[in-house]
Design a protein around this ligand. Structure first.
Ligand code: SF4
Length: 490
């Protein structure tokens, strides 16, 4: 996914979509401005809606939620003046569980709850895999839900907790939750960050002057001029206040970390740091691995902009085949024109991308893309390249075949819509109509991601369920609905 605004893929139901970004800050003047900037930097993680909650001691908690982009909603002086105070959190979302694909206002986070010891707001990135079961139980015991979001369960679990303070209640609530969660929450004086025991989704800590920030990615720290301190560890909870700084503890049973490997391929911005490594560098490594695993005689290596760019550069460097911009992206194409029908979706590719005819004519082209999901975009791009007179088209894909849905906070089509779930690699090649189609192996992706020995099959270092069908956290609700993982989940 390219990370510009408006969203880079008006046709992007052919991409997996990260569904949320979270941000929080404490100990700064006018926290809402910092939160808005942080959310703007995280806009690639969710473009349908956003919200900010702040607190100051004169007006108490203040909250604003809007459909649409941060820059269109959280920039006016009036709006920002309505969110006063030195502490605030925010959330951008596509949509996780709940109003799938069409965010309803009531599902826009942060969620807010008033407890006997004061209010708390919570913003969640990830997906709770036992939310249906929890919701049923909570409703039976009298909870009244305001939204269809899985994340609201956390507020109700906190309301039922006997903990003496908000962090204790949050801890107790999160012990009942299964799945992936990177959470940023706030009380009147504290921001709280927490990652699930496997650390599936990212969360980082930054320092800004005397204050502190929490964010899904380091690019959101950069935009506010905060110094990147460290990643919040899997299973760690940090409680941060101006008075006491960062207090860390580990409330869950220790587990081996299983960070989402697709963040390395595509979701995170290339200028972010993950696991101590630049995402850009990892993506370039993926391209190098691809070139080793799947060489082919050709004249040019071209990225599918923008998400394929670092991998295409890596492929070119490793293979010695020149890199060139064979496809040019129209910078100013938004989603405004696009209705989600098949015919318009196809047109969307042309509106968004154009082939550099003079460059590709008569050439054998290697096209590097991050993933193949439904294959609709890949087919269209291939047609455009051939129409422009290319002699051959070879697709090289910077991820293994995406054959399984994600249940940890990423929007994936149903399995019957995933090309790789229904076809072999050769069938996909024929379906796309290209001269060759190769995906990086799972081992190659692990090597590029800093695991020199590839994937340890007994104890993998990452979540790779969308490629392997091995789910590190049991997708309880989906199994109850009849879903069968490839490897039975524990
Ligand atoms: S299933 Fe795929 S997209 Fe989802 S968390 Fe795991 S690696 Fe990431």
């Amino acid at each position: 996914m390219s990370h510009d605004f408006p969203p880079a893929h008006p046709f992007d139901d052919d991409k997996l979509r990260e569904e949320c970004g979270v941000f929080g800050v404490v100990g700064v003047a006018d926290a809402s401005n910092f939160v808005a900037l942080g959310l703007h930097a995280l806009q690639h993680r969710g473009q349908e809606a956003g919200g900010i909650v702040t607190h100051d001691f004169e007006t108490g908690f203040n909250q604003q939620r809007r459909m649409g982009l941060v820059r269109d909603n959280f920039t006016s002086p009036n709006m920002m003046a309505s969110l006063p105070g030195p502490i605030g959190i925010g959330h951008v979302r596509y949509s996780t569980a709940g109003s799938k694909g069409q965010t309803a206002m009531r599902d826009v986070q942060p969620f807010f709850g008033e407890f006997s010891m004061g209010g708390a707001a919570i913003a969640h990135n990830g997906n709770i895999t036992n939310a249906d079961a929890l919701r049923r139980e909570l409703i039976e015991r009298g909870s009244i839900f305001q939204s269809s979001s899985d994340s609201e369960c956390i507020i109700h679990l906190m309301a039922r907790s006997m903990g003496q303070n908000i962090p204790d209640r949050m801890e107790e609530a999160l012990r009942k939750v299964e799945g992936a969660f990177s959470i940023v929450a706030m009380t009147r004086t504290k921001i709280i960050g927490c990652r699930d025991p496997l650390g599936v989704r990212p969360l980082v800590l930054g320092k800004i002057g005397d204050g502190w920030a929490l964010a899904s990615e380091t690019c959101a720290l950069d935009i506010i001029g905060a110094e990147f301190v460290r990643e919040i560890a899997p299973g760690e909870m940090v409680v941060i206040s101006e008075a006491n700084g960062v207090q860390s503890h580990f409330p869950f049973r220790p587990a081996k970390s299983r960070f989402c490997i697709f963040e390395n391929v595509y979701f995170s911005r290339p200028d972010s740091i993950l696991g101590g490594r630049s995402v850009y560098e990892t993506r370039e490594n993926i391209g190098r691995e691809l070139a080793k695993e799947a060489p082919v005689d050709a004249d040019l290596v071209c990225p599918v902009p923008d998400s394929g760019t670092p991998a295409a550069i890596g492929y070119s460097l490793e293979s010695g085949i020149p890199y060139a911009m064979g496809i040019i992206r129209n910078q100013y194409m938004g989603r405004t024109f696009i209705e989600p029908t098949e015919s318009i979706r196809n047109m969307g590719v042309r509106l968004k991308l154009n082939v550099n005819r003079a460059l590709v004519k008569g050439k054998r082209i290697i096209l590097v893309d991050d993933s193949v999901v439904r294959g609709t975009t890949s087919r269209k791009i291939k047609e455009m390249i051939l129409d422009a007179g290319a002699a051959e088209v070879h697709f090289r894909i910077a991820s293994p075949p995406t054959a399984w849905p994600c249940f940890y906070g990423v929007d994936t089509p149903d399995r019957d819509k995933l090309l790789a779930a229904n076809m072999t690699a050769d069938q996909m090649r024929d379906h796309l109509g290209v001269d060759s189609l190769k995906f990086i192996s799972l081992d190659g992706l692990y090597r590029a991601s800093g695991e020199p020995n590839g994937r340890d099959t007994k104890s993998p270092a990452f979540c790779d369920a969308c490629f392997s069908g091995e789910y590190p956290v049991k997708p309880t609700d989906m199994i109850a609905k009849g879903f069968k993982p490839k490897v039975p989940a524990e």
